[in-house]
Design a protein around this ligand. Sequence first.
Ligand code: FE
Length: 201
Amino acid sequence: MTDIAPLRDFVTKTTHLVERHRADEAALLAAVRPILAGLVATGGWLPEEFTRPHPLYYLQYLLHADPIERWSVVSFVWGPGQTTPIHDHRVWGLIGVLQGAEISTTFERGAEGGLIQSGEQRLEQGDVAVVSPTSGDIHRVANAFADQVSISIHVYGGNIGAIRRAVYDDNTGVEKPFVSGYSNRLLPNLWDRSAEVRATI
Ligand code: FE
């Protein structure tokens, strides 16, 4: 049995921060980043249903969406060797590695219109990285391991699965419309606090 309390606390704190810093993306990212780092520093809180890989492709399990779609948090599960297409986000995002490791490769538009690789970052368990349309938003993420599952927790400035964004052709850089969706139909129950309330009776 997992104790989901750390995820509930993360959702509560992030909701307050999104409200407080809604006019200042840099302040919001600076405030949410350490909270996400705290969440991914330890395991044991993510229910098993949201950790299962697929043999062929990476999965995106929605863990919580803000009711007015200001933000969302998603569990990405990468099977051995799995990778995303090159894609963008159109909203801010934070990536925290819960298990394993990932490689994020960033791209920029070149003068000829194609994409040029602009950086590569290996994220280890516990690391947090930022994506934002204001600081570079096009990347590819891959499981760093060919023989084990990696899991990362992503936080975005919108209902990310329903945002119109783009994937990019590796060779030509040509942009194609992309709406990522989610892999799960049901969400984790964050709100059963009955045991702690009963304990006070
Ligand atoms: Fe991404």
